[in-house]
Design a protein around this ligand. Structure first.
Ligand SMILES: *[C@@H]1O[C@H](CO)[C@@H](O)[C@H](O)[C@H]1NC(C)=O
Length: 335
């Protein structure tokens, strides 16, 4: 009798295991099939073209918009997945991601997304998600600044929640060291090498002084200036970002030698102790990340390919395809 019960239990366990395996397989297949290159080919054939047009229009009136849009995709994907939660406006009862200190006042490019969305709603109402518009716009921004273009798998839906607290909890800070950075990217399924590759996007754009002035004026109890920062660069930065300045939104270019081009200038800067943030300079403190900085500095073609691949992978974080998402008609508001 006991033997029989045991056998029955064993076979039940086996069935459970095989069901679990089957479910896992289904999930895997589903994950693989989640996004699709050319997703709008029949539902809105001009979608990608219109986004590209709006990105170039924005870029030619303000080149900094390109860096803004790459950063927007990153800040979207790291918080609740790539679901355009970063675009939702705060309401009287809820402070949204875009108003967290990580995003406000530094995040920009919103008008490019709004313009593209408005045209797409006129042309093919309710078809193109805001999350996909951000993903396309980030790709176009990389391309327009001399990076490598790549196919963007699409079909994301837009999320219905945006919380400021989640932005600060998920976005890596400019003060992070290499271990904290690695962990923040690992939390999103990205490798340390992809973290180094994506950091290279700091080769374009600008930064608010507040993101690094600690390195210039009050590093620690024994030294005001971060010893890992080139002293000449530090003195230039002190002129651009005076201590205790009350000028709002004071900014400096990242990679000042070529701050509008997707070149390997960022990695050259880091090698010369001219990485602007702690989170840039820290890449030299670990053997593996330092090796990659070297490689990328020496081979810009390799880096551009790696960047394209890492952007595609980042663009798949936490994607929604079902009823947990929707196609917003206005990117700033839940339907
Ligand atoms: C300040 O930083 C320097 C350089 O990293 C270090 O040598 C020193 O020990 C630090 N001092 C304190 C009090 O943490």
């Amino acid at each position: 009798m006991a033997k029989l019960v045991r056998r029955a239990m064993r076979s039940k366990k086996l069935t459970c295991v095989s069901i679990a395996f089957f479910l896992l397989l289904c999930q895997f297949v589903q994950l693989e099939a989640q996004l699709q290159v050319g997703f709008y080919t029949s539902s809105c054939p001009l979608a990608e073209f219109i986004v590209k047009y709006e990105v170039s229009k924005g870029f030619f009136s303000d080149r900094g918009v390109a860096a803004g849009l790459v950063r927007m995709h990153f800040h979207d994907c790291f918080v609740r997945g790539c679901d355009a939660s970063v675009l939702i406006d705060s309401t009287s009862s809820s402070t949204a991601e875009k108003d967290s200190t990580a995003n406000n006042p530094s995040l920009r490019g919103f008008e490019v997304i709004d313009n593209a969305k408005a045209r797409l709603e006129t042309l093919c109402q309710g078809k193109v998600s805001c999350a996909d518009i951000i993903a396309f716009a980030a790709r176009d921004s990389i391309e327009i600044t001399g990076g490598l273009g790549y196919d963007v798998p699409a079909g994301r839906k837009d999320g219905k929640v945006s919380l400021s607290s989640e932005a600060s909890a998920n976005l890596p800070a400019p003060t992070f060291n290499v271990n904290q950075l690695t962990q923040a990217f690992a939390n999103k399924g990205l490798t340390q090498e992809e973290m180094v590759t994506l950091s290279g996007a700091h080769t374009i754009g600008r930064s608010h002084c507040t993101s690094f002035t600690t390195r210039l004026y009050n590093f620690n109890a024994t030294t005001n200036q971060d010893p890992s920062l080139d002293p000449l660069y530090a003195s230039q930065l002190r002129q651009q970002c005076p201590k205790g300045s009350t000028i709002p939104n004071l900014v400096v270019p990242m990679n000042p030698g070529s701050s509008a081009t997707m070149d390997s200038g960022y990695y050259m800067d880091v090698l010369a102790n001219r990485g602007l943030f702690t989170s840039d300079q820290t890449l030299l403190t670990n053997q593996d990340t330092a090796d990659q900085v070297n490689q990328n500095a020496m081979n810009v073609f390799l880096w551009r390919r790696k960047l394209a691949a890492a952007m595609v992978k980042m663009g798949q974080i936490g994607v929604k395809k079902d009823d947990t998402g929707e196609i917003r008609s206005n990117c700033r508001k839940i339907n």
